[in-house]
Design a protein around this ligand. Structure first.
Ligand code: AMP
Length: 190
């Protein structure tokens, strides 16, 4: 199963992606996690990404697409994957399609996790208190939500037009939301 999980920051993508990827037996590939690991490790990639992350902006496509292209060649992704946080704009979506087409593959589904503005801001502020992520300050949270509306939300239509979109209510207990996502997926034999 090749899946993408899309939704605003704070919709619970990371938590759900872990549960659903484990359920399906595919790797959970979070571009945000990969960037954070590189920032923590002080790598060149981390240095290229950090200023954009700290400001709540997208890391440039050239950097992000190259990183994902590399990650998808790892052996664990051969049988499927769950992408969390990528693609994040229509240009990245085109690149992903081309990357998969090189080996005659395509996405099976794109799950949109929906949560209202108030819920996501509340969740992000709670996470800020717990995890202390550098980009969870109120100002940067606001910018990340704007970036989502301006750059990422158009992807929903892109995937709807291609018949891949499954919209899931992201508000509720973790288990309930995971069950909704799994129920929304195309069946493995379809
Ligand atoms: P996330 O953990 O998905 O919320 O991502 C945290 C930050 O990493 C984002 O605010 C961006 O700065 C950067 N990032 C993650 N994924 C992408 C992507 N697909 N394109 C550009 N920047 C990204």
């Amino acid at each position: 199963m090749r899946l993408v999980l899309v939704g605003p920051p704070g919709a619970g993508k990371g938590t759900q992606a872990q549960v659903v990827a484990a359920h399906l037996g595919v790797p959970h590939i979070s571009t945000g996690d990969i960037f954070r690991a590189n920032v923590a490790g002080g790598t060149d990639l981390g240095q290229q990404a950090q200023q954009f992350m700290d400001a709540g902006e997208l890391v440039p496509d050239s950097v992000t697409n190259a990183m994902v292209a590399d990650r998808l060649t790892h052996a664990d992704a051969a049988g499927g994957f769950l992408l969390d946080g990528y693609p994040r704009n229509p240009g990245q979506a085109e690149v992903l399609q081309e990357l998969l087409a090189r080996t005659d593959l395509e996405l099976d589904a794109v799950v949109e996790l929906v949560a209202d503005h108030e819920t996501v801001v509340q969740r992000l502020l709670e996470r800020a208190a717990k995890e202390g992520r550098a980009d969870d300050t109120e100002e940067v949270i606001r910018r990340r939500l704007d970036v989502y509306d301006e750059q990422t939300a158009p992807l929903v239509d892109f995937y709807r037009q291609r018949g891949l979109l499954r919209t899931v209510d992201g508000v509720g207990a973790v288990d309930e939301v995971s069950a909704r996502i799994i129920a929304a997926l195309p069946s493995a034999n379809a």
